[in-house]
Each structure stands twice: as C-alpha cells, then as structure tokens.
Design a protein. Sequence first.
Length: 319
Amino acid sequence: MNWKTLPSSVLFCSVLVLLASCSYAVLSTIVSLAVGAGYGIPVVLVGKFFYGWIILCILFCITAAVSRKRRKAGSVLNAKRTASLAGTGVVMALVTVCYFHSLGYLPISLAVVLLFQYSWMGVLLEAAISRRLPSKSKVISCLVILAGTILAGGIIGSSISLADMNPTGILLGLCAAFCYALFVCLSGRVCTDMQPLSKSFCIATAGMLFVLLFVGTIYGGAAVLEGITNTGTLAYSIPLGLFGIAVPITLLAVGAPKISTGMATILNSAELPLEVLLAAVIILEPVAPLRWAGVLIILIGIALPYLIEKRIVSGLEEQ
C-alpha cells in the first residue's frame, strides 16, 4: 500500500481526525458492557491494548509482505526516533490509565467532563509550542465546546456535590485530558515521514508494553494473564482494540500532521456527542434534554472555526 497516494487535502485529513474521534466514542459503551458482564477494569485495559496491538501487528505484517519498495533513509528507526515513538505510545496509554482510574474516585459524568478539557488544552499546547496566540476562531470554539461538554456530560441537574469532587480523581481526570492533547500533538509531529501503519505499530507496541507493566505491577500478573487468555473477554477486547487502538492511531497518524494540534483536538470533541448517542441507543441510557442540547452545542463549536473562516482551514499558521 502506497500511503503517499492518499489525498492530503485539509478536508480529507480533517475527516480522518473526525473519524478517529468517532472511533473512540464507542469505547465507553463497550467498557460498560464488559463491566456489566463481570470483567474488571484492569482485565479490560489489558485486553484493549494487547488485542489492539495484535490487530496492528497483523496489518503491519501483511503490508510489509505486500510492499516491495525499499524504506527511505529518513524512515529508518534510530535511537532518537525510537524514543520519540515509545514516548508517544506511553502518553497514549496514560490517557486510558488515568481516565479509568479517575472513575474510581469520581462520578462518571464529572470524569467525562474533565477528560474533554483536552479541547482547550490542545489549543494552549499549540500556542506554547508555536509561541503564538491562538486564533479568535479557536478560542470561541473552545469556549462553546466547554459549555456544551458541561451540558452533555450531565453535570447540570445531577446530584454531584463538593463531596464527590475528590482531588485525586480530579487530578487523574485532568492528567488524562492533558495526555490526550499531548498525544494528538505528538501524532502530528513525531516521525511524520514514516508510513502511518509502521508508525502506528511502533506507538501501539510501546503503549501495550507500558500497560502490561503497569497492570502487572499494580494488580498482579493474574490480571494480565486473564486479560490476554480469557476467551470470554474477546467479545469486548477485540472491538476495544480495533476502535480504541488500531483505527484511531492510524487515522491520526495520517491526518494529524496536516492540521494543527488545536484544530485536531477541537475535531476530536465530536467523540462526546456520538458517545451520548450510542449510550442512548445501545445500552438504553436515559438522556435528559439538557444533554442533547449540549451535544448540539458541541457540534456547533466544532464547526465554528470553519464557519468563522468561511472556508476549510487547517489551523496551521504560515511560518
């Protein structure tokens, strides 16, 4: 497969990032079904990363066997490039680890809202790296998305009190948000000359090894073995690996380098609206009108940069 033949237009790459977000949206529903079936979070965590790695490994081997072109010198791994890919994989794994553990301290609605703070964190991260103030359209978009997230997350009208706002859980939730913003940033900047599938495989390998080490150290080797060998978890682990690892990492590897970190994190906010819709349709979770209003506001916030600019924009300022 020649990845260079893929269209590189801003619209195409924006759609890929949007699809990556939609892929992530199915995870909460699958995790809810897995936990309802009696499987613990550590087991689900291991299954997601291990079988996601297996899927990418198979795709990588097939692509390597079919492609007969020599690798370019710039795409050959060295110590520096390997370290950058490994770091990206660890950051990706930390998103899931921090978010899953925040659920042990916080109501799920509050944990979701904290995670989705990555939209404005990504804009600030881009501004810090480029040493430029974010554009007006991005600032307005982030503010609208933040308001929509609070509504869609179900905080307003809930019974959440100050006692529910555990400092450890809040810290873990914000760490998950920052790690996600950082992961999106790294996806668009690290080893951009590599074939997306090769890059994704390297990132997934590092993430998988980190999760196995983390779960083995904290919960013991039994949790790791159950996540890998328990055939009952395959109905959840394989979809989690496909939609939580293989698909979104590859889509971000292709699309993220063509648009800015700020725009990528704004586009990724589409995850929450679809997440709410899937929860309502699949697990029949009741959704209050305020949450649907939040979904609509988030979608408007995502579209705002394009509506304000009146054109399809990448968010990449000229150097």
